[in-house]
Design a protein around this ligand. Structure first.
Ligand code: ZN
Length: 264
């Protein structure tokens, strides 16, 4: 049964592949699904539904944004606690034994073979599928701007967070700065650069792996999850963010598809 599940349950979902937008939206913490092949990691239902297992509201927001922008959306279908697709596979936080205030029993003392099994079942197919979308777009000469959508908990280690909209960059800050400037004038959200996390916290693996090598303009967006509780909330935030992304895109065009600087 487990092997049948693995064949019939892809670990990624590609929606609106032929969307006309330059934006390519990625939601790697979209799901709190724990497939039979990996079990529930010894977690209660409450922990499996908590923010440590996924980014609540992020998929709904990503879909609402993809609809407004006519963008392709690539999302994950497995909990980040089984494997976090935004961490390199050797990292402790890719399969954390503890996440915020919760122990994750099924990740304690993981054997290298189990780390490899998860990486082959989840990380490699997801990143290969996303890479394929990017390579196909670039082969057709389509400008591509990568935007990853996340949510964060309003209270972390017991401390409330004031920031509502975090805009995070990796090596290339151009799009993030343009999003910040537009967000501050257009959304009314408490918008901040590189909060509540930054590249220094190791959260930009996705951008570093999939966007930077191609010179794609890219940004990671983090919304406080109490702003995304219902589909109506998610649609309302998408209504505020879609114009911000369009304006930022105009400010910080993608370099991809343009002639690279001369090199050997
Ligand atoms: Zn996330």
């Amino acid at each position: 049964m487990a092997s049948a599940n693995r064949r019939t349950d892809p670990v990624f979902l590609v929606e609106n592949r032929d969307g006309a937008s330059d934006f390519l939206i990625v939601c790697e913490h979209a799901s709190n699904r724990f497939p039979d092949a990996f079990g529930d990691l010894g977690l209660s239902v409450a922990v499996r539904q908590a923010h440590v297992a996924w980014d609540p509201g992020a998929l709904g927001l990503a879909r609402a944004l993809a609809a407004r922008l006519d963008a392709c959306l690539v999302s994950a279908t497995v909990s980040r606690l089984i494997q976090d697709l935004n961490r390199p596979p050797q990292s402790e936080s890719a399969m954390p034994a503890r996440s915020e205030i919760h122990d994750i029993p099924g990740n304690a003392g993981l054997a290298p073979d189990e780390r490899l099994r998860r990486t082959e079942a989840i990380y490699l197919p997801f990143h290969a599928a996303l890479h394929a979308e990017i390579a196909r777009r670039l082969a057709r000469g389509r400008p591509t701007v990568m935007v990853t959508i996340h949510s964060f908990t309003p209270v972390y280690f017991g401390k409330p967070r004031a920031v509502e909209f975090g805009i995070i960059h990796d090596a290339d800050p151009a799009l993030a700065r343009a999003v910040l400037a537009s967000a501050r004038t257009m959304t009314g959200l408490d918008s901040r650069l590189n909060e509540p996390y930054s590249a220094a916290d190791g959260v930009t693996h996705m951008l570093r792996l999939q966007a930077t090598p191609y010179g794609l303009a890219n940004v990671m967006l983090e919304l406080r999850n109490d702003l995304l509780l219902t589909p109506q909330d998610q649609a309302a935030i998408a209504d505020r963010l879609a114009p911000v992304l369009r304006a930022a895109r105009a400010e910080a065009p993608s370099r991809a598809g343009k002639p690279a600087e001369a090199s050997a």
